[in-house]
Design a binder for this molecule. Structure first.
Ligand code: MUC
Ligand code: MG
Length: 376
């Protein structure tokens, strides 16, 4: 009996803090270590699966922290799933929904681990369980976020030289706007007109600042502006979108399908950033993509600086989407001093490759996990 043999026997959560190659700054936080919760699922057939919840600088980017994610997994979500068949993905998601509202990163990590274990049991990549891949690789964006334009220019040139990235997302909002604009001018002048530049303000500007400074971003041929104003100020975001010739990328303003429908209907932006931390599961992230696309939004494969574990989960779902106009920004595996797997995701010719092994297609590096696990 397949369902019984593959019942979920245990779910464990471990907090990991992995150092980054350089300081990564956002409007409201900065990190030198990435905080993850690794979720390990054990099935009755002895197969294990791994999933990852990512955070950025504690409960700052979203409301979940590594501590809250671990508590939600251990105390509420795992008990709801023990003994359930691993392949009952939708039923298991409903059970998690009953056990806890939101807590999306926690739920996303568990579902990723279930897909990994199911895929490893069946000898199939997770993308096969998500409907089947329509692409094996996609263009991958790199983020410039040290705040030092000289360093950022060198970093971008190195990425271009190595043919790893030719599209760059510049993090804004930790300086006053004129200082960030100077950074951007330096980068545009140094990188030339051919390179695609995206700006992520992470909610850092007021509507008035957008009115003042978006024309300068237009001058510098910025391709996308991500979440310029507060996630709560949907009307302001819609007015900004209407004034500018640059498409706005909706990030923090929409987590759920209902929120996506609302921001799209209000005209808050014309591209949507897909993330597990917002959807709470890979199947739900696919539905988020469908809702966004049905409202005319283009799709962008977002990240929260995941290691190869979390990136592999996102890529499994991104691989199955009929359209993914902006590719992906899963540079996380390369921002870590040391990745958490023995077979890191491959980057090649400006693209990131979807792992094709069973499950998520990555093997955890137990020594690294031990070294980076929080000791408490
Ligand atoms: C975000 O807001 O997009 C993703 C890349 C990055 O630099 O920050 C994150 C989160
Ligand atoms: Mg963003």
């Amino acid at each position: 009996n397949f369902a019984r043999d593959t019942a979920i026997r245990s779910i464990r959560a471990t907090i990991v803090e992995a150092p980054t190659r350089r300081r990564h700054k956002l409007s409201n936080t900065e990190v030198t270590h990435q905080g993850y919760v690794l979720v390990r699922v054990l099935l009755d057939n002895g197969v294990t699966g791994i999933g990852e919840a990512s955070t950025l600088g504690g409960p700052r980017w979203a409301e979940e922290s590594v501590e809250s994610i671990k508590a939600a997994v251990t105390n509420y979500l795992a008990p709801a799933l023990l003994g359930q068949p691993v392949l009952a993905f939708e039923a298991n998601a409903l059970r998690m929904g009953k056990a806890a509202t939101r807590n999306f990163a926690a739920k996303g990590a568990i579902e990723s681990a279930l897909l990994d274990a199911a895929g490893k049991t069946l000898g199939l990549p997770a993308s096969a369980l998500l409907g089947g891949a329509v692409r094996q690789r996609m263009e991958v964006i790199w983020a410039l976020a040290s705040g030092d334009s000289g360093q950022e220019l060198e970093e971008a040139k190195e990425k271009l030289r190595r043919r790893e990235h030719r599209q760059f997302k510049i993090k804004f909002g930790f300086n006053r706007p004129p200082a960030d604009l100077k950074r951007l001018q330096t980068l545009r002048a140094g990188l030339g007109d051919e390179v695609r530049l995206i700006v992520d303000v992470n909610q850092g500007w007021t509507e008035a600042e957008c009115i003042r400074f978006m024309p300068a971003l237009e001058e510098l041929d910025v391709a996308l502006v991500e979440q310029p104003v507060s996630a709560l100020q949907l009307e302001a975001m819609a007015r900004v979108a209407a004034r500018t010739s640059i498409p706005l990328l909706v990030d923090e303003a929409a987590f759920t399908k209902e929120e996506i429908a609302r921001v799209a209907t209000m005209g808050c932006g014309s591209v949507y950033s897909l993330k597990l931390v917002k959807s709470g599961g890979l199947f739900e992230m696919k539905r988020a993509a469908a809702v966004a696309a049905a409202h005319g939004l283009e799709l962008y494969g977002g990240c929260l600086l995941e290691s190869s574990i979390g990136a592999a989960a996102h890529l499994a779902a991104f691989a199955t989407l009929p359209r993914l106009e902006w590719g992906s920004e899963h540079f996380g595996p390369r921002i870590l001093v040391e990745d958490l797997v023995v077979n890191p995701i491959r980057f090649d010719a400006f693209e990131i490759c979807v792992p094709d092994g069973p499950g998520l297609g990555v093997e955890v590096d137990e020594d690294k996990i031990r070294a980076f696990a929080r000791k408490d």
